[in-house]
Write a protein that binds this ligand. Sequence first.
Ligand SMILES: Nc1ncnc2c1ncn2[C@@H]1O[C@H](COP(=O)(O)OP(=O)(O)OP(=O)(O)O)[C@@H](O)[C@H]1O
Ligand SMILES: [Mg+2]
Length: 250
Amino acid sequence: MKVITVSIQKGGTGKTSLAFHLAEHLRSKGKVLAVDLDMQGNFSSMFLGNQEIDESHHIKNIFENKELTPFNAKKNLDIIYSDIELSRFEALGVQDVYALETFLENLDGYDFVVIDTPPSLSIFTANALIPSTHVLVPLDTSRAALKGLNIFLETLPKIEKFRRKKMDVTGIAVMRYKKANFSKAILNNLENAFPDNFLQPVRDSIRISEALALGVPVWELDPRSAVSLDMLKLMNQIEKRINTIGEDDG
Ligand SMILES: Nc1ncnc2c1ncn2[C@@H]1O[C@H](COP(=O)(O)OP(=O)(O)OP(=O)(O)O)[C@@H](O)[C@H]1O
Ligand SMILES: [Mg+2]
């Protein structure tokens, strides 16, 4: 089972858009579990819309030792959802970094787990990173995102101390680049700094927001648009890396 976390502590860099498209792509290849660890619940809404589902599918159950069951949202895609209820557990100061790992260890039948995280290096992000075999870092080209990337990469070894498995930083992807010279220069710098991890960038396009609002991947909304081609290239790149790295993780 490949466990893929999408994370960076900077807000609004495209974490949820990337996690959503990846889950949609991978469900055409195998059975996917989507896990939302962000109390904003955006990842959940993309699959569920306004549909109210039972609390037995809420991620908070891992912190309460209550039963948690995935909810089947689409063909080959189950979800563990989140919403603002999760904030209670932050307020209570939960410290269990292994809660998600324990849950996943007792789970059967999934090929891929795709986890969306909040824009913070919180207990929820730690819970996501600990069982992960792969980590994807989405960026925008702001100074804050680039600074955030460095801090994030410095933090990973600290998380690794709690881990029993090897983790691979599968890639760094710029999720909404604009064709300005400024953006281009930043892309070049990133590619030079991370030649092995730099992934296909995705251009800024209103089509992404439209697709997300409808709960469909952009390549379904507008298959021939340039942004769909970017996204599909990115998906294929990620899939290839996931399948070739960390084979022995089981
Ligand atoms: N390539 C793109 N072009 C245009 N808009 C985009 C693109 N990618 C993402 N967006 C939009 O940017 C906003 C932020 O994206 P998203 O929610 O994926 O970021 P996030 O990192 O998950 O945010 P948060 O940190 O709040 O969880 C959303 O409104 C989304 O629709
Ligand atoms: Mg998000």
